[in-house]
Design a binder for this molecule. Structure first.
Ligand SMILES: [Fe+2]
Length: 191
């Protein structure tokens, strides 16, 4: 049994129940094969926003699947702070995913809202799926609307939203995430 610390407290989705989620996961696997040699961090964030941003087929597909998944009930199923802050793990790391996990977090707030402080031991690739055009997610480089953030290995932060509702669709190498981190701890040299 996976510990809550390692696997974000969420049992992976039962994909057999959700055909659209199966299609979505297959599309994620294609994306993972494109980025498998890259390391999360500022440079990857820049590259993702340049090459995989608005208008890119992966980005547009991910946004479409996540919006469909919200309607079908397989995105961000578990409430952490009522309906405005929800999380759900879609898949655990596995060979087919190149040992990258897929998780969705729904956050909704006009004013800045903070979720659970956490660290990404191996970094994070985070696709921002806007549900409101003004919604933004805070990354290590600042507020991000449509597009991507990619905190580097060892970084830690509050997930923060403002300006409405969004889904943070995030990919974690080896599924690694830690809720042990504390605000004020030193950040790695590169974030
Ligand atoms: Fe994060």
């Amino acid at each position: 049994m996976a510990s809550t610390d390692t696997y974000a407290g969420a049992q992976p989705l039962n994909l057999a129940e959700y055909p659209t989620a199966q299609e979505f996961v297959a599309r994620c696997y294609e994306f993972f094969r494109e980025v498998k040699h890259l390391t999360p961090g500022k440079d990857l964030e820049t590259r993702l926003n340049r090459d995989y941003g608005l208008g890119n087929e992966y980005y547009e597909d991910f946004c479409r699947y996540i919006k469909q998944g919200l309607k079908e009930g397989w995105v961000a199923k578990d409430e952490l702070d009522g309906p405005k802050y929800r999380r759900g793990r879609i898949i655990a790391p596995c060979e087919e995913s190149l040992f990258i996990s897929i998780t969705t977090v729904y956050m909704e707030s006009q004013d800045i809202y903070r979720g659970q402080y956490h660290k990404h031991p191996y970094g994070e690739i985070n696709c921002v799926v806007q549900l409101d055009d003004s919604a933004e997610l805070m990354g290590m480089q600042g507020w991000q609307g449509k597009g991507w953030t990619s905190p580097g290995p060892g970084t830690h932060h509050y997930p923060e939203v403002r300006g409405g509702a969004l889904v943070a669709l995030f990919f974690l190498p080896a599924g690694r995430i830690s809720y042990d981190a504390k605000p004020g701890e030193a950040q790695p040299i590169a974030v």
